[in-house]
Design a protein around this ligand. Structure first.
Ligand code: GLC
Length: 676
């Protein structure tokens, strides 16, 4: 195992090379506005890494603006044609301990290529707990100092050593992928499916000779791709599932490991860095010219600092965790999630989400545009989509985290949050005929702990459209809840994930599908599925979207129809034993998608037109369609992706108020739906 530590003999052939973070190192807590060439070796003096060398890449420093060096190396690169290395090598950055050759490039020995990610597999969980669980969230971990303890390797020595093996076939066999995993192999694919597979394949992004993701859209005629040529974390999920269900795990494994490396690169917006553990919204493979006509590839993440509106990708980490679990369940390669670096990645995300703030609610407080709807749409606060993904990610984390002394507090925090969050959403976000009628008759200005109208909702807020629209036999979870504010719009993704993760009660989940069925023309119409219903119009549009010309009524995020939502609808329908609903929707999409060149979204009330500014050959449209087809064909595979009700969680009330005798627990006082 000691071989892990001996990186750096320049006489050995490097399998791949690592370039240090080009933002120069600084003492804790200080972020220079520009890359400081002199750097500061202060806190890093004990490291053998010569961070100061990064100045030789100062041009990249400015151009790409990589994160602080505190986290060590955050950038892997390869040099095609250099004769060094083989494709597919993943080199773990966090906690990397190595020598730096000239030009800031770490020379990595062949002998250690299989250990790069293992550097952090020596994270001492006790340290982790101290730093991340016991409150020191602002302290950056100096993982370079934590690489000496073999006994902390979760999953044993084996899992850590094999991690970075650069042999693609070996990766594949390790992932347990073989013919039998190919669930679509049973019947002849339709012409549309064949075309979709070809498009998905064409969208694959390669890095150092290995597939690492799919670009968001791949329209050769598009002269202004903006960032649609990047790999978006959320967009890749349906691609990943399509590949996994097809028996192809390598790209997903690579994606998970590479994005893990990008986690917590601290890009800044006007000198402010987002919290550690944040996953980027997207990343791009850039080719950077080197000397001697060589080109290196670097992964360049975007944490929102370049994104339109500088939106924070809160959902990225949640999707990453969800995908990690799906990868394990479908491939049977559980060793990946057991690796300590991966375990640390999960913990970082969870800690970021579970950090104490000023919040009064167990739901996550976020800014506008922090999820699939990444523009101003009035969903700041506690939007359902984030809560549903959060709940799912909490459940996935609880299942995947190895429980030991170093993680037990975090696991406890996860359990507590799961319980509180499900109560909160089930109780306060749910609306159906009966509940709306209750709100309609609410008293206001109640001051007490057991008020009925806890959030002081003024009944006049109930929109007129809702009174006429809500069916007798259905209901849904509202879009957002804040003091004196219920956002009654129906957001599809959040409702579908509430079904999939059992955030809603079994009855609520059933009622959501009832509502979609009875409001088929409004929510599915000519193209599944409306991202939200209804659209903001007139003054609401002007004030809430800020007069966004792309989000005009019934377009884009403002009531547009997004075919990518199909796979999540399919998953929800299969879970609830109603695959025929999904079949209807898929058949509808299949008629148009290929002919319309796989648009990103559709416009108008019923989704009749291809979206005004919609991209064509949008990858998650293609992948969502394929995933839906495969799930419907093999519904049993869907159980790898959804969750049943967890009765244990419901029984526990963790607030401890009753024990202290101080106050009555509001859960008890509430008209509880939690066991329904
Ligand atoms: C749009 C969508 C966002 C998606 C991105 C790339 O910005 O709103 O959810 O990730 O396009 O497809």
């Amino acid at each position: 195992m000691n071989a892990f530590l001996h990186l750096g003999s320049s006489t050995m052939k490097p399998a791949c090379r690592i370039l240090f973070a080009t933002r120069c190192p600084v003492p804790f807590g200080f972020i220079p506005a520009k890359c400081n060439r002199a750097g500061s070796m202060g806190a890093l003096a004990s490291s053998r890494v010569d961070f100061g060398r990064c100045l030789l890449h100062a041009d990249r420093c400015r151009a790409v603006d990589f994160g602080r060096a505190i986290d060590g190396v955050r950038n892997t690169l390869c040099v095609p044609g250099s004769g060094f290395g083989r494709p597919g090598n993943l080199l773990k950055s966090r906690g990397f301990r190595g020598n730096v050759s000239h030009r800031g490039v770490v020379v990595v020995a062949n002998a250690v290529r299989s250990l790069s990610t293992s550097v952090e597999t020596r994270v001492n969980d006790k340290n982790f707990e101290r730093i991340y669980v016991q409150g020191g969230m602002n302290v950056k971990p100096l993982v370079v100092e934590r690489i000496d303890k073999d006994e902390n390797i979760v999953g044993g020595e084996d899992s850590s050593v094999k991690v970075v093996d650069d042999n693609i076939n070996l990766e594949k066999s390790k992932a347990g992928l073989n013919e039998s995993n190919d669930v679509s192999a049973k019947r002849e694919e339709s012409r549309v499916e064949k075309e979709a597979w070809r498009l998905l394949q064409d969208a694959v992004v390669m890095y150092c000779g290995s597939p690492v993701g799919t670009m968001a859209a791949n329209d050769p005629a598009d002269k202004q791709p903006l960032n649609y040529d990047q790999v978006f974390i959320r967009d890749f999920v349906p691609s990943a599932l399509a590949f996994l269900l097809k028996g192809e795990g390598e790209i997903v494994r690579n994606f998970l490991l590479h994005t893990l490396q990008l986690q917590s690169w601290e890009k800044t917006v006007d000198c402010y860095s987002p919290g550690q553990g944040l996953m980027p919204a997207s990343f791009k493979v850039r080719s950077v010219p080197l000397d001697e006509n060589k080109v290196e590839e670097v992964l360049d993440p975007d944490f929102g600092e370049s994104a339109i509106g500088r939106v924070a990708p809160v959902d990225s980490g949640l999707w990453w965790i969800i995908l990690l679990r799906a990868y394990g369940k479908i491939t049977g390669d559980y060793a990946l999630q057991e690796r300590v670096d991966v375990q640390t990645g999960i913990k970082l995300i969870m800690n970021l989400c579970l950090t104490d703030g000023f919040d009064m609610f167990p739901s996550l407080l976020v800014t506008d545009g922090s999820c699939m709807i990444d523009r101003r749409m009035g969903i700041h606060g506690h939007p359902l989509e984030i809560q549903a993904l959060f709940y799912n990610a909490l459940r996935c984390s609880r299942e995947m985290l190895s429980v030991n002394d170093g993680s037990k507090n975090l696991v406890r925090a996860i359990n507590n949050r799961l319980s509180a969050l499900s109560f909160h959403i089930r109780e306060y976000y749910w609306v159906d005929m009966r509940r709306i009628n209750e709100i309609y008759r609410y008293k206001t200005e109640e001051y007490s702990t057991d008020a009925t109208n806890k959030f002081n909702i003024y009944p006049d807020q109930i929109p007129l459209w809702l009174m006429d629209w809500i069916p007798e036999n259905g209901g849904y979870l509202i879009g957002n809840l804040q003091p004196a504010h219920m956002d009654f719009r129906l957001f599809t993704l959040g409702n579908l994930w509430s079904i999939v993760s059992s955030l809603g009660t079994p009855k609520q989940n059933e009622a959501i599908l009832n509502l979609i069925e009875s409001k088929w023309d409004d929510l599915i119409g000519h193209m599944p599925l409306k991202i939200c219903y209804p659209a903001l119009e007139h003054e609401d549009w002007r004030i809430i979207t800020g007069s966004d010309p792309k989000n005009t009524p019934w377009s884009y995020h403002n009531g547009g129809s997004w075919p990518t939502l199909l796979w999540q609808f399919t998953l929800a329908c299969i879970k609830m034993g109603r695959p025929e609903l999904a079949e209807r929707a898929v058949a509808l999409a299949e008629k148009r998608l290929s002919e319309d060149r796989w648009p990103e979204y559709y416009d108008t009330r019923t989704g009749r037109f291809i979206g005004k500014q919609s991209r064509l050959f949008q990858t998650w449209t293609v992948a969502g369609f394929l995933t839906s087809k495969m799930l419907l064909e093999n519904p049993e595979t869907a159980s790898n992706l959804f969750w049943e009700e967890d009765y244990e969680l419901l029984e526990v009330c963790v607030c401890a108020l009753s024990k202290s005798g101080r106050r009555k627990c509001s859960r008890g006082a509430a008209r509880s739906q939690i066991l329904v």
